[in-house]
Write a protein that binds this ligand. Structure first.
Ligand code: C5P
Length: 407
């Protein structure tokens, strides 16, 4: 096993206090042999199981355990480490560290670095079978999986307690192979949308009543921005037409800021003809005030009992009419009831090729959350709908783009 995809990769190897920590030395050696740079971070307890000097000799870098260097008093920046890494692997990951990661208890350098890390994170749990089987461990692992952490499932076998069961840390060679496969897939998808133009609408629209008041909705833009970031990472030219939201523009994305549905329609029309894929993720306000009052409407006025509204243009439906063969149009449906029927009706009436349904009744799905749970329906009636689990919105974005790639 050469693990060719690990070459020049920056890997944080997190070690926690379990018997399997002796295997972390072998894992570090495999990473280094494959050409990776490895920075070890140990929890204070891990030092009881394997000597930091062993790990620093294998990796050629001082091991970090404390926020400050004991000798120089120098501050170890968890933020810098988190940004430096291409991947973070915590092996072994004890029940305690998994619990801290799941709840954000940043009382050591390892968990603090995890919270700052922008890179993919892998955990290889290792513990006794009863701890592994405990509902709290299962709950923490489910939380971490929903946060986008990759779980390297423990094997079943003899444990340090001499009991036999599930809880043995996966073998170092297998952990190194999991990372190698991950980087291989990552470099394959970094070119998968090369040469394609992807147009995305995101966020809410804001419809002004007067200079200080408006009609809008609770959309934060997170889902659309995550799709834009992922499409750019896969090599696409990305245009993100965004209603007002407070998210940073993802790297490599051209963002066009708009406010109202009418402005959003104009901006989407501008780029639609040249787009290969259009993904309409915006929560467009259905109505706008019929008239904009150019001064602040006074509270003292007692003749207001309603605001006249007009229907906004349906952007997805409008571009659906303009669609050329070969162009793909994807919409979203956010429903509180009869989700699948409503989604399929929207798919047909707007001439979409695919629709992503999220239901407000699923906990963790919908507006403002970092996670989402979606089902995807296709215009091609021979294709059954696909249902995904609750995931981090970045992982949902990847699922959506993977599904588009199959069309
Ligand atoms: O009809 P509904 O608003 O539920 O449809 C949702 C889908 O249509 C989403 O893809 C949304 O971005 C798009 N849409 C639109 N313009 C509207 C309303 C919805 O593009 N005025």
């Amino acid at each position: 096993m050469d693990n060719l995809n690990l070459k020049n990769k920056h890997i944080i190897l997190g070690i926690t206090g379990g018997i399997a920590a002796y295997k972390s030395a072998v894992l570090a050696r495999l990473f280094v042999k494959a050409g990776a740079e490895v920075q070890v971070i140990m929890t204070p307890n891990a030092r009881e199981f394997i000597a930091p000097v062993t790990m620093s000799a294998l990796t050629g870098k001082p091991v970090v355990t404390q926020f400050f260097s004991a000798n120089s008093g120098e501050w170890h920046s968890h933020v810098d480490l988190g940004l430096w890494a291409d991947a973070m692997v915590i092996a072994p990951a004890t029940a305690c560290t998994l619990a801290k990661m799941a709840t954000g208890v940043a009382d050591n350098m390892l968990v603090t670095s995890y919270l700052s890390a922008k890179c993919p994170v892998f955990v290889a749990p290792a513990m006794d079978l009863d701890m592994m089987a405990h509902p709290s461990t299962a709950r923490n692992l489910a939380t971490l999986a929903a946060d986008g952490v990759h779980i390297i499932e423990p094997a079943t076998g003899e444990l340090a307690s001499h009991l036999t069961g599930r809880g043995r840390m996966e073998e170092p060679a297998r952990i190194a192979a999991v990372l190698d496969e991950f980087f291989a897939a990552q470099s394959a998808d970094s070119a998968s949308l090369a040469g394609k133009k992807v147009l995305i609408s995101a966020g809410p629209t804001v419809e002004r009543i007067d200079p200080v008041r408006y009609i809008s909705n609770f959309s934060t833009g997170k889902m659309g921005y995550a799709i834009a970031a992922e499409a750019a990472r896969r090599g696409a030219e990305v245009v993100l037409v965004s209603g007002p939201c407070s998210l940073p523009t993802p790297a490599g994305v051209r963002r066009v800021d708009v406010e109202s549905a009418r402005e959003m329609l104009a901006a989407v029309e501008q780029d639609f003809a040249s787009a290969d894929i259009a993904i309409m993720a915006a929560a467009v306000a259905d109505y706008a005030p019929a008239e904009y009052v150019d001064h602040k409407i006074k509270r003292e006025r007692d003749d207001i009992d309603s605001i006249a509204l007009v229907k906004n243009p349906d952007i997805a439906r409008t571009v659906g009419q303009m669609k050329r063969p070969g162009q793909l149009l994807v919409g979203f449906a956010l429903e509180t009831d009869h989700g699948p029927e409503n989604a399929v009706n929207k798919l047909r009436s707007k001439k979409l090729d695919m629709i992503v349904l999220n239901s407000l009744s699923d906990p963790g799905a919908g507006f403002g959350t970092d996670t989402n749970k979606v089902s995807i329906f296709f215009a091609d009636t021979s294709r059954p709908a696909v249902r995904f689990e609750l995931k981090d919105k970045t992982a949902v974005a990847a699922d959506i783009l993977d599904t588009i790639a199959t069309l």
